[in-house]
Design a protein around this ligand. Sequence first.
Ligand code: CA
Length: 312
Amino acid sequence: MRTKWIGLVVAALVLFNASSASAWCWWNCNTAKTQYPIVLAHGMAGFDELFGVYEYWFGIPGALEDKGATVFVTSVSQFNTSQERGEQLIDQIETITAITGKSKVNLIGHSHGGLDVRYVAAVRPDLVASVTSVGSPHKGADLADFLRDNVEGGSFGEAVLSAFAETLGTVLGLISGSDNPQDAVAALDQLSTPGAAAFAASYPQGVPASSCGEGAAVVGGIRYYSWSGTGVLTNALDIGDFALGLTSLFYSESNDGLVGRCSSHLGDVIRDNYFQNHLDEVNQVFGLVSIFTSNPKTLFKNHANRLKNAGL
Ligand code: CA
């Protein structure tokens, strides 16, 4: 008799636990379940995965998928213009829409990837539900200006820079399993102040008219968002902080080590001063970020929820 009672209590507990878990999940597990797939577009020298394991968006796709999102990670030329990289993205987005049966995607670009996704939205608006940039130099990057003025000046400097970047790009491409064409000088030119202005003249959607304002939140039915950081030294264990500490010295405004606060503005500016540096924005390196502020994975999950609530 006693054994029977214990069995009944255990069964009741299991049932209660299962139902409360599914109730919890109904409330919490689909917070990032957007209508359209989320497509991540990497920055300069970026990739999808190295050796098939090391992610550019460190832990971010998994964090989004845990909350119900459908996520695709794209890979384009490590060093090239946003027109060239954008065309490569369009090919991949057409595959994604075919696979998922969804007509559009939510694009999220980091760094140079933020310009790539602007290009895609401008030339193929039919494929795009929203555009989000994270730490992207829409008004150019002071470091690119410096390199343009001081390294590219001579043909030797330009050749060295080009050879270095394109070799790096080719190596990254090879170990990430792609062989897209590289053009480092064109990429650098595009991220300089005049290069970014020329790009914005051709593809102005979402770019603020003033030097540090917000851009249009909706253009042609496509929503535009951005966020970025202004932390530089955020985690003493991260070797990337040292390099970003040096590159940040080239900037006159607060910055994330590579992109200035105002230059990062696109569309609806969610926030432009998270305590994150340029690598922290994609949870690098190895997830080493500040422990005193919002985790980058949380920002992506919150944003997916924002897109979901906007019906995207
Ligand atoms: Ca970091």
